[in-house]
Design a protein around this ligand. Structure first.
Ligand SMILES: [Zn+2]
Length: 291
């Protein structure tokens, strides 16, 4: 090892780190080209630096790992936030569609209810007409029967049979069914052989014992005053309307039932929107912290 070798060895670390002057670089390169000992030393030192670089790299990666985890979590959370917003908007859209649909349905229902309310009015009108004809005598006269037929014909599209019973002949039946004194009542039909007069689509039947009542309570309406009990049966073709009227009167849906679905969807939208706003704020905060 000559003097030059010593100088080169001193300069090698700076040379590897690329910190020496151009003159020194030239001097080293010329020397190592001819001196295999120094060349070997240079190679060894370069390898060491590479190895330590590798270790450095690994350390940097290790250091990055927790950061990567946080970033992955953050990204997942951002995706979740996005999906929540999408779901909220879908709920809002569906809510609006169902609201429009509910409004149409409710309007249709209201129109039907108005139409069906006529059934109620009609019941009262028929009874009023009949009671108006029947006088104070205990018998139904021929004239009265003719007038009853007129009433029947007025409603012949809807009525099947109209019957007149003297209240006295029914004994306790009227007492047992007090509602018939107050208003036209749908009730299980009274047997026709007790009637003094029956009118049907073929005209005045009189007191016909052969008529079999419909056995259908919703299709039969009865009303009584102190003297007379009036009963009529609806035609089976009109029974659907009568049933529908009965359904809506006693089991009709409330207004809210039409809007349950849109209300539920708007509630979901509101909750998701609040969750989204909270997550959004949280995400922005993390973004600020992470830079
Ligand atoms: Zn040398």
């Amino acid at each position: 090892m000559n003097n030059k070798c010593h100088i080169v060895r001193d300069l090698l670390p700076s040379y590897i780190d690329d910190l020496c002057s151009n003159e020194s670089r030239q001097f080293i390169e010329e020397h190592v080209a001819s001196c295999h000992v120094c060349r070997d030393v240079l190679h060894t030192m370069e390898n060491d630096v590479e190895v330590s670089d590798g270790i450095e790299q690994k350390k940097r990666l290790e250091a990055k790992k927790p950061f990567k985890k946080v970033a992955a979590f953050f990204n997942a959370q951002r995706r979740l936030t996005k999906y929540i917003l999408i779901t909220a908007l879908i709920s809002l859209g569906l809510g609006i569609c169902f609201l429009a649909n509910s409004m149409v349905k409710q309007k249709e229902y209201k129109a039907e209810v108005t139409k069906l309310e006529m059934v109620e009015q009609e019941k009262a009108d028929i009874m009023e007409d009949v009671f108006h004809i029947l006088g104070s005598s205990n018998e139904v006269t021929k004239l009265e029967e003719e007038q009853l037929l007129e009433v029947f014909n007025k409603y012949k599209e809807k009525l099947h049979l109209l019957a007149i019973f003297p209240a006295a002949d029914l004994g306790d039946w009227v007492k047992e069914n007090p509602s018939v004194r107050k208003e036209p009542t749908t009730i299980f039909p009274i047997e026709y052989h007790k009637a003094v007069s029956v009118i049907g689509s073929e005209g005045i039947i009189g007191a016909n014992k052969q008529i079999i009542s419909s056995q259908y309570d919703l299709g039969t309406v009865v009303m009584a005053n102190s003297k007379w009990v009036i009963q009529y049966e609806y035609k089976s073709s009109y029974e659907k309307t009568v049933e529908r009227h009965h359904q809506f009167k006693y089991y009709g849906p409330s207004v809210w039932s039409f809007f349950q679905l849109p209300i539920l969807l708007f509630a979901i939208f509101s909750v998701l929107l609040i969750v989204w706003l909270i997550l959004k704020k949280h995400n922005n905060h993390i973004k600020d912290v992470m830079g």
